[in-house]
Design a protein around this ligand. Sequence first.
Ligand code: GLU
Length: 509
Amino acid sequence: MKNVRVRFAPSPTGPLHIGGVRTALYNYLFAKKNNGTFILRIEDTDQTRYVENAEKYIIDALNWCNIPFDEGPNKNEKFGPYRQSERKDIYQKYATELVNKGKAYYAFDTAEELDFHRKDHEEKGKTFIYNWHNRAKLTNSISLSKEEVEKRIANGDKYVIRFKMLDTINEGEHNLISTSDLIRGHVSFKTELLDDKILFKSDGMPTYHLANIVDDHLMEISHVIRGEEWLPSLPLHIALYKAFDWEAPEFAHLPLILKPVGKGKLSKRDGDKLGFPVFPLAYTNTETNEVSRGYREDGYFADAFINMLALLGWNPGTEQEIFSLNELCEAFSLDRVSKSGAKFNPDKTKWFNQNYLQKKTNKELATLFEPILIEKGINSNTNYIEKVVSLIKERATFVQDFWSLSDFFFVAPIEYDAKAVKKQWKESTPDLMKELINVIEEISDFNSETIENNIKEWITSKEIGFGKVMQPFRLSLVGALKGPHLFDIAEMIGKPETIARIKKAINTL
Ligand code: GLU
């Protein structure tokens, strides 16, 4: 294979949707798998949609996901600049080259004129397409004389440069543009309905199409891996490569990410409705001050998020679901990317996080839990936090679940679950609890096993059901009928605290 160079080419129009992150990820994986280069190019030629903090957001998101680019703005800029707004002159030169080759032309039609044609066609039940059908009848360098064109340009009249669509292929012989896509196989497009796309706008900026293919060529991009929504642009891009006499890169159009329920593309609204983020990082819209949730802020681990995204449209051909980033780089290939859309599954996303959480060491988790504890005003030692984590983590999906699963390890209950109290705290309970305190007082080696043995022995000798003691005991220590092995809790909080909590329950309930 030739030197693999792939690019992720977002337009900085807002935060990156997870579909965009997946495109970046597949480019990254493909590059790493093939010892290639992963490039970030900022496609900011549409000034009307430009959003100030979007580029920073995109870069922060790639970094959080652990998929940094090798070349891009301010990094190994050997094919730079990597921001299209800084490459204006380059595009102008290439647009003019196409005009000189007779593959593109100047068009002077005003917005009002084009609007008139559109309406006029509509009234006749037709659709107006600016192309080989009617270009000779419109106001451009094909219909006007050379002198007139020169005069208009010298005059400062506004013009655009349009691509002369059909002329780029063997006219008459066929009206199809065919190529092959690495995911979809053979694809062909009828050309007769394609319009003469604007390549260069009157504001001195190229359109996406021109800038995109010029840059892919100049940056020596070997494979274009992008979303399916760009497939309709493919015939134009192929035609442009032909017009320039350039070799086109290979193309791979990724399937859509679909809504969890219903049909169609996953949107932010689905996330809002069903309660999950569609962005990697939280995002504040500076105009509306609207804050959108992010996977990072919702407590997802980047590696779990990436693992989930990798499998959204690609499969390894085996049952394996858990992949580290390195394993993904090894296993990834475009021929296992599916043609059909991939349904987003928020529960599965949580499942991945839970899975990654279980695999993290208690030490790592304790480090993540510590700031939450400090915020609650609790200063505990790291060893103790680690032990707590080891006892409760199997019930957690996120680190932020830890507090509600473990608060009783740090503070005595303030309230008691009323339903449980009603059911388990009987008239005879206070006396039993007083006896329990005596039993506990006697235990010298206060560890889970000894506590369990002593208490069970005492319950057996009394010939009463275990629940009669154990449920109120749990209520006293935890405040509810939840939590890990009760004797572990007792060992952790220690003998004086265990006794104090039982006393408190006797006095309160
Ligand atoms: N700027 C386009 C986008 O926003 C890039 C499409 C492509 O990869 O060619 O997705």
